[in-house]
Design a protein around this ligand. Structure first.
Ligand code: B16
Ligand code: MG
Length: 217
């Protein structure tokens, strides 16, 4: 294993809940409707525009392009406000230890987040320097579940996806890693992440030796 391609929201930090809180607030403001919990899974790892498309489709609501753009901007403002008090304390358990073990073993780290807020969040978590590269989701042709962001993240550290492991908490993200050729490591439930090649129930259980062994097989 020469590189690890990290998802951000839900893997490095507990920010995935803020995304859904922001969508909930937005939909309440605009349509006075509540979003059901099940929609969270469908929007996890999915880009901002694809998330809003999925939400509006679920609600059977269509809006003009102008209103759509306004809504994505407003959602991001709500999300950024929720992030205002983000500190290194929001790094999920086990992540700092995993990063240290990877560095000790000369494994490169690259960020493969769908979030345009990735660099901002890493900065708030004081993790920017720990990463060798950050793939820019605005430059890839298709978002997760397409493999593009994982391929870009591997390229950014001069590696092939086959030389890397990808770590994800979302269904779309695991599909993206598998399609890229990297080894998929899931964090979450077996029911949701059944296609992950190696699964940990939560970030605190992530273990360098187990990941390395799975990659060698
Ligand atoms: P933004 P990840 C994803 O981040 C989130 O899981 C998803 O909920 C969000 O819609 C997407 O980023 C885009 O985020 O609106 O900040 O650009 O899990 O790929 O790190
Ligand atoms: Mg995620």
């Amino acid at each position: 294993m020469k590189g690890v391609l990290f998802d951000l929201d839900g893997v490095i930090a507990d920010t995935s809940v803020y995304h859904f809180q922001a969508w909930r607030k937005l939909i309440k403001i605009h349509f006075n409707l509540e979003l059901p919990d099940e929609l969270e899974k469908q929007t996890k790892g999915v880009s901002r525009t694809d998330s809003l498309k999925a939400i509006l489709k679920f609600l059977n609501i269509s809006v003009s392009q102008e209103k759509f753009n306004e809504m994505t901007t407003e959602k991001n403002n709500i999300f950024r406000n929720l992030l205002a008090s983000l500190t290194p304390a929001n790094i999920l358990p086990g992540i700092s230890e995993l990063i240290s073990a990877l560095k000790k073993n000369n494994v490169k780290l690259s960020l493969a987040s769908a979030s345009l807020n990735g660099p901002f969040i890493l900065e708030k978590l004081q993790l920017t320097d720990a990463f060798d590269a950050i793939a820019d989701p605005s430059t890839v042709a298709a978002g997760k579940p397409a493999p593009d962001i994982f391929i870009a993240a591997a390229e950014a550290i001069n590696l092939k996806p086959q030389d890397c492991v990808g770590i994800e908490d979302s269904i779309a993200g695991i599909t993206a890693i598998n399609e890229s050729g990297a080894l998929s490591v899931g964090v979450g439930s077996k029911t949701d992440l059944k296609d992950a090649k190696l699964l940990f129930p939560k970030t605190a259980a992530l273990n360098y030796d187990q990941i390395e062994t799975a990659w060698e097989k």
